[in-house]
Each structure stands twice: as C-alpha cells, then as structure tokens.
Design a binder for this molecule. Structure first.
Ligand SMILES: Cc1cc2nc3c(=O)[nH]c(=O)nc-3n(C[C@H](O)[C@H](O)[C@H](O)COP(=O)(O)OP(=O)(O)OC[C@H]3O[C@@H](n4cnc5c(N)ncnc54)[C@H](O)[C@@H]3O)c2cc1C
Length: 292
C-alpha cells in the first residue's frame, strides 16, 4: 500500500493556531513536522490520522537555537541539518554534532526535525539517547499552557511519549555546566541505515575525578534510553581508562537489547559496553580541552 488513507489537512500559522486546530480536530489529529517518519507510516497504513496539522510555518516560534543564561535552547522545529551546522551547539554539546553526522542522509537531515525525531519515539532513533545523556528538559505546549518534562521521562515506550492529544513539543532546554565534555558513538551496517547500537555520553569533571555523568543508549532496551547503573558507578570515580572500561561493562550487563536483522543480543550487548567506553574516553578528552 503506497497511498495514505484520506485525511484532513490544516496549516497552522501560529503556535496558538496549531493548539486551536488540534483541539478542534480531536485526538486522531497528528502534528506534521518534516514528515519523514509520519508520511511513510501513513503510506504503509501503519498510521491513519484523521487530520494533519502542519507546523512548518512556525519556525519563528518553534525554530531557532540559542543560549539563554546557563541553558541551550533548541526549538522543536529545528532541522537536523541546522543542529549539525550550529557552532553554539558544537561549542557546548559536540554530542549532537557526532550524532547528527550519522543520522540518515542530507535529504532527511534537511527536512526532518528535532521535535519530530523525539516525538516519533523510535527505539532506534539517535537523538533520544543524546538528550537523555545531557539531562535535557522538554517543553510541551497545550490548551492549558506549557509544562516541562525531563527528557528521561518523555518516552513512555516504543513510539509513545508523554505528549498528549492537543499538545505539541515546542523546545528542548539543555543545562550548560562547566568542565563538561560529550560524545556519541554509533555502529551501523552501512551509511544511512538504521543503527545496530549507539551510546551517547556527557561527563562533568571535578579535577581528576568525575563529578557526574549521563549515558544514553540507543536500541539497547534500557528504560528511557538511559544507562542508570553505569552513571551511578561513575560519580566520584577517577576519570581514567579503567573507570571508563568498568562503566562500559556495567552498561552492557544492565541493557536489554532484542535480536533482529541487525544483530543478535550478545553482539548488541557487546556494543553497549564498547561504545559506552569509547564515548566516555572521547567526552573526557573534550572536557579537558584535548579534542575538538
Ligand atoms: C531514510 C531515512 C533514514 C533515517 N535514518 C535515521 C537515523 O539514522 N537516525 C535517526 O535518529 N533517525 C533516522 N531517520 C528518522 C528521521 O530522523 C525522522 O524521520 C525525522 O527526523 C522525524 O522528524 P520529522 O520532522 O520528519 O517528523 P514527522 O514525520 O513530521 O513526525 C513524526 C512524529 O512526531 C510527531 N510530531 C512531529 N513534531 C511534533 C511536535 N513538535 N510536537 C508533537 N508531535 C510532533 C508527528 O505527529 C509524528 O507522529 C531516518 C528517516 C528516514 C526516512
């Protein structure tokens, strides 16, 4: 089946208009951002929304990347390519540049949005782990105003988020803290393919020790994409290769991947450990200003 079922289409001109349209069109309406996930699913009839609310004209309200005080703000309508090109993102959180370089291809990156990626909530989607690692907060708008949710509580299961009917994700806020470094490491079978596994890491140093760390795992079956046990282990440990190797072992022991055409459980578990260790090494080097 290559043609979507019948649906109503509305183009929102402001955020308030989008919220009003979602309220009028009811719970079977869906937001249309880049359309790179939603439209193929509609063509395959895996999604059959009654109506689409196109938010592509809202780049004034939902686009843009900025530093506000000690937070990095990323609008939900920011395209993958914009995140990749942003110097301010690279300065504070190179993890997003690492991840974006290996997301899909330029065609998808030019159109697909950060909000669409997170709201699609595909377990193999790269940015969910990255936002979990950096401790981001998601801002959601709806008829009753805005609310914030930790990125780690944003996903409630595969293809499910806390964004309710009538609501939209409007931006991500990422705390900027001193002495930090971050990195993302991914294994895919070929360029542009969905990944086998990936690990994203953010680390904050306290002298030679680790003050705190965030670890996100993609396609590894961990709750909220996070490797909580390894994060807990790292707190207060020396920032050494031995520590990073042990954190990788802990991450591997506590993940829960599923076997599929991209690999068996043992291989994915091995990748969880190896990629966590590599990302930690790279993030720590960046925190020390040793690698760009
Ligand atoms: C060939 C191909 C390869 C890909 N490879 C990768 C990859 O390697 N890694 C990776 O991570 N991703 C990959 N993707 C997925 C891609 O990143 C997503 O398709 C895309 O970014 C989703 O964003 P979108 O703006 O297109 O969302 P859409 O398709 O417009 O929407 C996706 C879902 O999110 C909802 N939604 C969108 N925006 C909002 C919002 N602001 N508030 C509430 N709900 C919203 C929609 O209603 C829909 O349910 C690939 C996609 C393709 C087509």
């Amino acid at each position: 089946m290559q043609v979507p079922a019948h649906f109503e289409y509305e183009k929102a001109t402001t955020l308030d208009h989008a919220i009003a349209l979602l309220a009028r069109l009811g719970p079977e309406a869906r937001v249309l951002a880049g359309g790179h996930s939603l439209i193929p699913m509609m063509k395959l009839r895996m999604a059959q929304p009654d109506a689409l609310v196109d938010i592509n004209e809202l780049s004034g309200e939902l686009g843009g990347i900025a530093v506000d005080g000690d937070e990095l703000w990323i609008g939900a309508l920011v395209r993958h390519a914009e995140l990749l090109d942003s110097a301010v993102v690279g300065e504070h959180y190179p993890i997003f540049h690492d991840a974006e370089r290996v997301i899909a291809d330029p065609v998808v990156r030019n159109r697909g949005t950060i909000g669409g990626s997170l709201c699609q909530a595909d377990p193999s989607e790269d940015l969910s782990a990255a936002f979990a690692a950096v401790g981001a907060t998601a801002v959601i708008a709806g008829p009753d105003g805005t609310r914030t949710v930790a990125a780690r509580e944003f996903h409630v299961g595969p293809y499910e988020t806390v964004v309710g009917p009538g609501e939209l994700l409007i931006e991500l806020r990422v705390p900027i803290r001193p002495a930090g470094g971050s990195a993302y490491e991914k294994v895919e079978r070929r360029v542009g393919d969905w990944l086998v596994a990936a690990a994203g890491v953010a680390i904050w140093l306290d002298g030679d020790a680790i003050g705190s760390a965030g670890i996100g795992l993609t396609a590894e079956g961990t709750p909220h994409f996070a490797a909580a046990e390894a994060e807990e282990f790292l707190r207060g440990q020396p920032a050494s290769h031995d520590t990073f190797a042990e954190a990788g072992r802990i991450a591997a022991a506590n993940c829960n991947p599923v076997a599929d055409q991209r690999g068996p459980v043992d291989y994915k578990r091995h990748l969880a450990g190896e990629l966590t260790t590599r990302a930690l090494r790279r993030a720590a080097a960046r925190a020390r200003g040793q690698e760009g």
